[in-house]
Design a protein around this ligand. Structure first.
Ligand code: C2E
Ligand code: MG
Ligand code: MG
Ligand code: MG
Length: 294
């Protein structure tokens, strides 16, 4: 629409720019999925460690996709996943991430690091008729132990088709794959639904982590959620932990594990390996010092 003066409003310009960027991304994405070697170099997977409360031991990593675009630089997932979804490429992307992350996790296992690997599933992927085949193929291809694979599904995704989600997650967990409820606390799942869901893990949404220190009511909700999760046999991972005081408080409130910038940003595979090696060295040095002191 034209403004009164006949010019194009700033709003329209922003929308046009947005539409242009989207059209460009869409064209590039279609090319990308038609060229396997470009896929490998441009769709990169970063890994963010998850640490056990108390011990600080690294027990798992979450796989997070990024697009290393040749002209536009590193594009975060929330900027291009909607285009992937709109264009019906989400299942392809997920299978790619699943396969790549499983192969990577298997190689860490061979280096003595038997970490869990968590992969995010969108609603369309959870509903995909070939999801189980994808998972089986990734496990077979990577020879990853099935118990180390975790699939993260948001509460909102689960609730978009609760019956189907329940059925699928039962099949997956009977196969030995672990299920994690991501961004918990932002959606509207009922308690009875959670009781039926065969999940192993609940990820407390970052919104709680950000507010828990300043808001006693948020701390009360976190404590109650942890207690409920534990009664249902779920471990609780706190997301988005950025400072030591929040980490300590979440530990006191019973969270089993934490993930966030305080420990590490999501890292490319090689950098994660170096990060892990540094921590292992530090731990060994500490042991030596303790032995020396006694
Ligand atoms: P998510 O699964 O909830 O992932 C956590 C997000 O929080 C990640 O953002 C991570 O980088 C960010 N984060 C971690 N620690 C901190 C922290 O201490 N502070 C703050 N402010 N943020 C932190 P990212 O990588 O941009 O991913 C955003 C979302 O995109 C993910 O949310 C997930 O829903 C989706 N996503 C990422 N990779 C994939 C994928 O391979 N498949 C699908 N379907 N979705 C994905
Ligand atoms: Mg996640
Ligand atoms: Mg999350
Ligand atoms: Mg999220």
């Amino acid at each position: 629409a034209k403004t009164a003066g006949g010019g194009v409003s700033l709003y329209d310009e922003v929308i046009d720019a947005d539409a242009r960027v989207k059209a460009r991304l869409l064209a590039d994405l279609t090319d990308l999925f038609n060229a396997p070697e470009r896929l490998e170099s441009e769709l990169v997977v970063h890994y963010q460690p998850q640490l056990e409360a108390g011990t600080g031991r690294v027990v798992g990593v979450e796989a997070l996709v990024r697009w290393q675009h040749p002209d536009l630089g590193l594009i975060p997932p929330l900027d291009f996943l909607p285009v992937v979804e709109e264009h019906g490429l989400m299942a392809d992307l997920t299978f790619y991430v699943l396969r790549r992350a499983s192969i990577e996790a298997r190689s860490w296992g061979e280096a003595g690091r038997r970490l869990r690997i968590s992969v995010n599933l969108s609603a369309s992927t959870l509903a995909h008729p070939h999801l189980l085949t994808f998972v089986e193929a990734a496990l077979a291809m990577s020879r990853l132990e099935v118990g180390r694979l975790v699939l993260e599904v948001t509460e909102t995704t689960l609730m978009s088709d609760p019956d189907r989600a329940l059925e699928l997650t039962r099949v997956l967990t009977e196969r030995g794959v672990q299920l994690s409820i991501d961004d918990y606390g932002t959606g509207y799942s009922s308690l009875s639904y959670l009781t039926d869901l065969p999940a192993s893990e609940l990820k407390l949404d970052q919104a709680f982590t950000r507010r828990v220190r300043d808001e006693p009511r948020t701390a009360a909700i976190v404590a109650a959620t942890v207690a409920l999760a534990h009664r249902l046999g779920l471990r609780v991972v706190a997301e988005g932990v950025e400072d030591p005081a929040t980490l300590a408080l979440l530990g006191r409130l019973g969270a089993d594990e934490s993930q966030g910038y305080l420990h590490s940003r999501p890292l490319p595979a090689a950098e994660l390996a170096a990060w892990l090696a540094r921590r292992e060295d530090d731990a060994r040095r500490e042991e030596v010092t303790e032995d020396g002191a006694t």
